[in-house]
Every structure is written in structure tokens, then in C-alpha cells.
Design a binder for this molecule. Structure first.
Ligand code: NAP
Length: 274
């Protein structure tokens, strides 16, 4: 256990709301495990730009960024890594001597989580949702899958996302016609406490061999339960969550993240209050 002292480095997450974030549990466990003299706090804020100023001034060495600030902070950073610029969202800030660098670790994390379970190149992928997470997933998969299609409640957003990624889109009511091999939910539909809901009908999964839900509370959403019943490989949201956190840790410390220790901290934190 590292004691907080005059040299302890500060990290944190900015977002709103943050009441249920598991990031502090996972990152503090990683710092402790590796003997890194640092703490990671949750900063629930309505002013992300002021937080960036504070990061320079205090300093805060690194920050995770979550809903609803991932796009909003883009123009307030000194440098944005090209992939994050293309996606239009930053979930990681690295403070290098007062110069703030923005990265997106969601996209490679989603790809890594999927590649751990399936060879992607021959798959037709259907992404449900067209928000920030969908964008990261679509950019990650666009050159890896045989075909990528997005579908969303608000059709205009699906059309816009498809245009910027260079993939297809379909109305939700026609999603079953895609005969997708891989279906990925990036909407909050099915998340606690609305666990009785699924973002798509069973018909949409008829051809699927693998289904990923980026929700991690509950572990098995109704979508994943249905997919498992149909014999699909299922991938829960914790796989993307842990990998995006591990990549943040590496960007901040220059070290390989202790992924299994982070997983154990995640499991422990999941037992706590929702
Ligand atoms: P976002 O930008 O607000 O986008 C939300 C998307 O979900 C939009 O496409 C929205 O459709 C759709 N949606 C919301 N409520 C819906 C409903 N009741 N029925 C149908 N569609 C609905 O949010 P985000 O940043 O993409 O995050 C989405 C989810 O992913 C959140 O639950 C977040 O916690 C999770 N997430 C997980 C990870 C991870 O590492 N596992 C990483 C990032 C995000 P409209 O356009 O019609 O509003």
C-alpha cells in the first residue's frame, strides 16, 4: 500500500454523472499493485474546460473523460492524436509538462476485445447505436470486418455516422435484413435498472455467431442472454472497459498495465452498491 505523500501524483476522471463509475477502483488498484505513487479520483463536473485548466495548474497528470465530455473537450487540448481526431472523441488526457494530449482508447479496446474472441475479417458487422461509443467502435472495425452497418433509433444520426466512417446504415426496423454475423450494442438499452429491455429483436440475431454488448451492468444483458441461448459467442462490456482502462494506464505511466489485477478490482467493485 502506497501512502499519500508530498510527491503523490494525481489522476482522475471527469464526467457527469459519475456516481457509478468503476474507473477509480480499477486505476487505484493498478497503481497500488505496481507500486506507483499516485491516486485516481472522480471529478463530477459541469465544466470540463475548467478541469483542463486545473489539470495544467495543479497538475493532474492524466484524466479519463466520459459522458458527456468526450467530444466537447477536443478543441481545448494542445494535441489530439489523429485517430481520436477522426473519431471526434477523446477519452484520455495525458499531461506532459503542461501540454495536454488527447487520445481515444475506446476504439482499440473494442477491437482488442472482439479480436480476442473472433476472427473478424469475414464478418458482416451490425452496430446498434450512433453515439460516441458507436463512433469509436465503427472506426475501429471499418477496415477489419467484411462489412460494417450502423443502425440507430434516430435515423439521421446513423446516416451521419455512416457518412463519416464510410460504412452502411439501415433503419432499426430493417436491421434483421442485414443477416449480420456480429452484432454490437452501443446503446444504454438493457442497462441497469432497465434490464428487461433489448435494443433489437431476436430476429436480428438469427444469423449472428458473435454478439457484444458494451454495457457491463448487468454482466449478462437481455441481449447477451438471448444471444447465448441462440448459441452465439457473447462478449460483455467489461472486456472493452478493462482494455480501455489498461491503455490509459500505459499512456500515463509508460508501463504495461496489470490487466488481471484491474479485472479483479473490477469484479470486486461490481459486488458493491449500484
Ligand atoms: P451517447 O453518445 O449518448 O449515445 C447513445 C446512443 O444510444 C445513441 O445512438 C442513442 O440513440 C441510443 N439510445 C439511447 N437511449 C436509447 C433508447 N432508449 N432506445 C434506443 N436507442 C437509444 O452515449 P455513448 O457515449 O455512445 O455511450 C453509450 C453506452 O455505452 C453507455 O451505456 C455507456 O456507459 C457505454 N459505454 C461503455 C464503454 C465500455 O468500455 N464498456 C465505453 C463507452 C461507453 P439516439 O441517437 O436515437 O438518441
Amino acid at each position: 500500500m502506497v501512502e499519500i505523500n508530498v510527491r503523490t501524483a494525481l489522476y482522475g476522471i471527469i464526467g457527469n454523472p459519475l456516481g457509478h463509475t468503476l474507473s477509480p477502483a480499477v486505476h487505484n488498484a493498478a497503481f497500488r499493485f505496481s507500486g506507483i505513487d499516485a491516486v485516481y479520483l472522480a471529478f463530477e463536473t459541469s465544466d470540463p474546460v475548467a478541469c483542463l485548466k486545473a489539470a495544467r495548474a495543479l497538475p493532474i497528470n492524466g484524466m479519463s473523460v466520459t459522458i458527456p465530455f468526450k467530444s466537447r473537450i477536443l478543441d481545448h487540448l494542445d494535441y489530439v492524436e489523429p485517430a481520436a481526431r477522426e473519431i471526434g472523441a477523446v477519452n484520455t488526457v495525458v499531461n506532459r509538462d503542461g501540454i495536454l494530449h488527447g487520445w481515444n482508447t475506446d476504439a482499440p479496446a473494442a477491437l482488442e476485445a472482439l479480436e480476442a474472441c473472433s476472427e473478424l475479417s469475414h464478418l458482416r458487422c451490425l452496430i446498434i447505436g450512433a453515439g460516441g461509443a458507436a463512433k469509436a467502435v465503427a472506426f475501429a472495425l471499418k477496415d477489419r470486418c467484411r462489412e460494417v452497418t450502423v443502425s440507430n433509433r434516430t435515423e439521421q444520426s446513423a446516416r451521419t455516422l455512416a457518412g463519416s466512417v464510410g460504412c452502411g446504415w439501415t433503419p432499426l426496423s430493417d436491421a434483421h435484413r442485414q443477416k449480420a454475423d456480429l452484432v454490437i450494442n452501443t446503446t444504454p438499452v438493457g442497462m441497469h435498472p432497465d434490464t428487461g429491455k433489448s435494443p433489437v429483436t431476436e430476429q436480428v440475431l438469427e444469423n449472428a455467431t458473435a454478439v457484444m454488448d458494451i454495457i457491463y451492468r448487468p454482466r449478462k444483458t437481455l441481449l447477451l442472454e438471448t444471444a447465448a441461448r441462440l448459441g452465439c459467442t457473447t462478449i460483455g462490456g467489461e472486456e472493452m472497459f478493462l482494455r480501455q482502462a489498461a491503455r490509459q494506464y500505459s499512456l500515463w505511466t509508460g508501463k504495461t498495465a496489470p490487466l488481471e489485477r484491474m479485472r479483479a478490482a473490477f469484479e470486486e467493485a461490481m459486488k458493491g452498491p449500484r
